[in-house]
Design a protein around this ligand. Structure first.
Ligand code: SF4
Ligand code: ZN
Length: 283
């Protein structure tokens, strides 16, 4: 790991990874052992490794998986999440999008939006609603350094100030929004994958079929090329953003938030995006 000037064997890597996670949890005041945590699990390496580690550290962590209805990819993702639930003897809840609304491929056909944009909306809505209704104080997601820096780069290139103000590793609870945290935000994709492999966590290796259209894949490749030439750039880009740029935004600017008049969830408009999506789908 040239960006940390470290070279470790498997056993030491696991110890280092766990110590580093504990430090991140403390540094950003993510949660304590009193909190009831809902881990958003997709079946991929990051979220499953996060769930595994939080249980190992003795946190009260259940998980929610959203079955996105993307054919075989979704079936396998659900199976991997179920397998880990059995191993951890921890509760896994499942929301089936096809039953609740329609699967992502169908939703994409019915709207003019990109699959990933609909998917993001569906996940944000369901994780928040489920957590609040079931009394979870925190939603933890497996976003890693590559996820965070690629989206940061994309938002910088487009000067998307609204999102730049919300790329924090912690979003505090606010007006109907449950607290959201990203404990793996300082780990690269390779590090979380290695931690999962070394602990025998069986995760879905196939990419979602829609990911080939996602611009973030291109930004990740670009950042990896920069990282190869200048090790440490990704971590610096992210940490300096948190230290120097993020404080300039009022990250919890939710003054315009109201309650959706259909479902009651927080929304900047009278009817929330999820209910509008629902209206289009039933038409
Ligand atoms: Fe959803 Fe896009 Fe990720 Fe597939 S690639 S799971 S559609 S966000
Ligand atoms: Zn609504």
């Amino acid at each position: 790991m040239p960006h940390h000037r470290l070279a470790l064997c498997g056993k030491d890597f696991i110890n280092w990874f766990e110590r580093y996670t504990k430090r991140t949890l403390k540094e950003f005041r993510m949660f304590s052992h009193k909190d009831k945590i809902l881990v958003a699990v997709s079946g991929g390496k990051d979220s499953l490794a996060l769930w595994y580690l939080l249980c190992k550290l003795g946190y009260r962590a259940d998980a929610l998986h959203i079955n996105l209805g993307i054919g075989e990819y979704s079936e396998k993702s659900l199976q991997k999440s179920r397998d880990l639930s059995l191993r951890l003897k921890a509760e896994l809840f499942v929301v089936d999008l096809s039953k609740e609304l329609a699967g992502i491929p169908e939703l994409q056909e019915k709207t003019v939006r990109e699959a990933c944009s609909i998917c993001g909306l569906v996940k944000r809505y369901n994780f928040n609603k489920f957590a609040r209704e079931k009394g979870y104080s925190v939603v933890a997601t497996g976003h890693n350094l590559d996820d965070e820096t690629s989206s940061l780069l994309s938002n910088v290139l487009n000067w998307n100030l609204k999102y730049l103000g919300r790329k924090s590793p912690v979003l505090e609870e606010e007006k109907g929004f449950v607290k959201k945290v990203k404990p793996f935000c300082k780990f690269t994709e390779k590090e979380t994958a290695l931690y999962a492999l070394l602990n025998g966590i069986d995760f879905i290796e196939e990419e979602c079929p829609f990911s080939k259209d996602a611009s973030t894949v291109f930004y990740k490749e670009l950042l990896n090329r920069i990282e190869e030439k200048f090790p440490g750039t990704k971590l610096r880009f992210y940490l300096e953003y948190i230290r120097k740029i993020l404080p300039k935004f009022n990250q919890t600017d939710t003054t315009d938030l109201k309650k959706c008049k259909i479902c009651g969830e927080p929304s900047p408009t009278d009817v929330c995006s999820f209910c509008r999506l629902k209206e289009i789908t039933v038409r």
